[in-house]
Ligand binder design. Structure first.
Ligand code: ZN
Length: 361
């Protein structure tokens, strides 16, 4: 396989604070000898773990993008023992366009892994993460939210890693899964989840987990904007994850851990633990029209309960189609725009559990 065509304007192996870009050559109508410029910051100070923090894997998921731009502007080498690599907008052109996917080639970065150095621009960026950035890290946190078309109860999540047993071995998988779950809990969002993905194969998550790294993902809101409350969850979560990884020096860690302990001591802020065991969590539309959500995010629902109605647009007096929950649980995600098409996810219902550890279930 050829080398990645991406180059860096900074030195990932130097101590200190650097802000720059990784550059992917492109040739377009607007720029014959141009480059996709993806912002990257490195804050490094001596020995310690490397933590890779990413946002904007989807360009319209602003909670994580905002949190990482804020972090890049305030974290200093004096705060760090080891290295923090920050990429606030993995799909930089999508973020600039305010879209989920790249305006250059239509690529959905989080469906393009492990990537291809000879593919289109989105596949080339995925390949750069898979073969250059991810191998250098010990811990990875990827910040997602619902974007323009979903609204999601803020949570941090890990995955069951049974799918890696054949390649990594059972012992490594159990250890990696437990560490990732600990990282998701440490993030300190109102909810923590063991997440079921509809299709894992081409996800960044999978590319990172295959390399044996501790990996946490999040969903922190959505609707294509932020709120003060959700932004605070994202900002605090990034700090908490850094503290969890051990990359923060004592002085910085003391402030943060105090914050985490205070929130855990307060029963009202103990995280809601949520499991998504299988695809029956997803309620997807088989009609098009106007959506009426019948339950709110975080609300309890029972199997058989009507969670959404879809009305045909353009003709009055027609009955609505009702969508019912296939399982008991809480509403963790909903479609955000009021118009729906065939195949849209209308609602996601997940199960509240007492413990997410493997031995507990
Ligand atoms: Zn996303």
């Amino acid at each position: 396989m050829r080398e990645s065509p991406v180059s860096l304007t900074i030195d990932l192996n130097a101590d200190g604070l650097q802000h720059g870009f990784f550059k992917l050559p492109i040739s377009t109508d607007e720029s014959a000898w141009g480059a996709v410029m993806t912002p990257i910051s490195v804050i490094a100070n001596g020995e310690g773990p490397t933590v890779l923090l990413t946002g904007g894997n989807h360009g319209d998921e602003y909670e994580g993008i905002t949190a990482l731009y804020k972090l890049a502007a305030r974290l200093t080498p004096e705060d760090v023992q080891g290295r923090v690599i920050i990429v606030p907008t993995m799909n930089a052109l999508a973020a600039k366009a305010g879209r989920r996917c790249s305006p250059l080639d239509g690529g959905n970065l989080n469906r393009s892994f492990p990537g291809d150095p000879e593919g289109g621009p989105t596949e080339q960026i995925a390949d750069y993460f898979t073969r250059v950035l991810v191998p250098q890290c010990d811990y990875a946190l990827d910040l997602h939210s619902g974007g323009r078309t979903l609204d999601i109860l803020p949570f941090a999540a890990a995955h069951r890693l049974d799918y890696l047993e054949a390649s990594l071995g059972v012992e490594q998988c159990r250890h990696q899964e437990a560490e990732s779950l600990a990282g998701a809990l440490a993030f300190g969002a109102p909810s923590a989840m063991m997440m079921f993905e509809l299709d894992t194969e081409a996800l960044y998550d999978t590319a990172v987990e295959r390399q044996g790294k501790v990996f946490v993902t999040t969903e922190l809101g959505g609707g294509g904007s932020t709120t003060p409350e959700r932004q605070a969850i994202a900002d605090r979560g990034v700090d908490n994850f850094l503290a969890f990884s051990g990359v923060l020096r004592e002085r910085s860690r003391a402030d943060l851990e105090g914050d985490v302990e205070r929130r855990h001591a307060d029963q009202t802020t103990r995280p809601l633990l949520i499991d998504m065991p299988d695809a029956s969590c997803y309620v997807q539309s088989e009609h098009e029209g106007l959506l009426e959500l019948c339950v709110a995010l975080g609300e309890q629902v029972s199997a058989g309960q009507c969670v959404a109605r879809v009305y045909p647009l353009g003709r009055a007096g027609q009955p609505a189609v009702e969508y019912r929950a296939e399982r008991d649980g809480v509403l963790v995600a909903r479609r955000f725009p009021a118009q729906v098409s065939l195949g849209d996810t209308l609602a996601v219902i997940a199960e509240v559990v007492d413990d997410l550890a493997r031995d507990a279930s």
